[in-house]
Design a protein around this ligand. Structure first.
Ligand code: NDP
Length: 307
């Protein structure tokens, strides 16, 4: 085969559209969550070309149809192991969860990242009903309402300031007595008088049956429990890139994100490219993922012409 794409978010399907139109006959392996993270989002209002917004699953279905229209084969299967060739022009081997071996000259890794959650049953029940891991995607739905955000890193502050421009009040719950975020990021908080930072606070329970009505929070210094009335809860405690099967093979940073060449999607392995959240911890948007998916297909096409 010419091109295998692992992962079916906006990066994977955009790579597939471009690779298929370049006659590379791509095969995309969807992974365990066909369509990726966007299938867990309700309304997507920030993807260009949808003036009235679109719900995440519909958008991913349309991307899939577009990729199939040009001949992409979509396999609802999971790649569980890879054996990459070190030779330029070499053939890479990939194995499905049933042990089937697939061979391909180029591989595009678009396995994405998964948002970390707190792990509370009440939180899980209310994902999509007021619990979200993406302020930029879902913040707008809480216009002029009170919300809370969990986390003390750069993402939490960035998202808190984003929310503060839309919402009436933002309560930030930080489990330690200090932020993990950079000083520069912390300084941004001074510009907002509707962000309240609650250090040493953790969530015990998210209140509400089908929509969030509040959170039960605990001060971990004095064990005092109180209730905060909110309609939206944003979890910003980090993401985990889905790169386990590539560990020790493809160069990654300390957090497990794949390192790509500065101006392309090339990894340290000939013929292996990475696109989307799996190589991007800063932007993490559907449109940026789609952009790098396009780049990866063009990079694969050029590579195949050269070898
Ligand atoms: P981080 O891992 O940096 O921070 C995670 C935060 O969540 C920490 O405050 C951590 O607390 C807290 N946390 C983790 N687990 C829990 C839990 N179970 N309950 C409560 N709190 C929890 O992740 P980020 O997503 O913030 O950042 C990831 C990377 O991306 C960083 O390198 C960051 O610098 C970068 N980034 C840069 C930006 C920029 O420069 N514009 C914007 C966004 C991200 P604790 O400290 O106690 O462990």
């Amino acid at each position: 085969m010419n091109t295998i794409i692992i992962g079916s978010g906006p990066a994977g399907y955009t790579a597939a559209i471009y690779a298929a139109r370049a006659d590379l006959n791509p095969v995309i392996y969807t992974g365990l969550e066909p369509g990726g993270q966007l299938t867990t989002t309700t309304e997507v209002d920030n993807f260009p070309g949808y003036p009235n917004g679109v719900d995440g699953p519909t958008m991913m279905n349309e991307l899939k149809e577009q990729a199939e229209r040009f001949g992409t084969k979509v396999k609802i299967d999971f790649i569980s192991k890879v054996d990459f060739s070190k030779e330029r022009g070499g053939v890479h081997k990939l194995y499905t969860q049933n042990g089937d071996e697939i061979r391909s000259k180029t591989v595009i890794i678009s396995t994405g990242a998964s948002a970390k959650y707190l792990g509370l049953p009440s939180e899980k029940r209310l994902i999509g009903g007021g619990v979200s891991a993406c302020a930029v995607c879902d913040g707008f739905f809480y216009k002029n309402q009170d919300v809370a955000i969990v986390g003390g890193g750069d993402t939490a502050i960035e998202e808190a300031t984003y929310l503060a421009k839309i919402c009436s009040k933002v309560s930030m719950l930080v489990r330690k007595d200090h932020f993990r975020a950079s000083k520069a990021m912390q300084n941004r908080l001074a510009n907002f008088d509707n962000i309240e930072v609650l250090f040493n606070h953790e969530i015990e329970e998210v209140i509400g049956e089908s929509v969030v009505e509040g959170i039960k929070i605990k001060n971990n210094l004095n064990s005092e429990v109180s209730v905060l009335k909110i309609t939206g809860l944003f979890i910003a405690i980090g993401h985990t890139p889905n790169t386990d099967i590539f560990k020790g093979l493809v160069e990654m940073d300390d957090s497990g994100y794949i390192i790509t060449d500065k101006t392309s999607t090339k990894t340290n392995i000939h013929g292996v490219f990475a696109a989307g959240d799996v190589q991007d911890k800063d932007y993490r948007q559907a449109v940026t993922a789609a952009g790098t998916g396009c780049m990866a297909a063009l990079d694969a096409e050029r590579y195949l012409q050269e070898v």
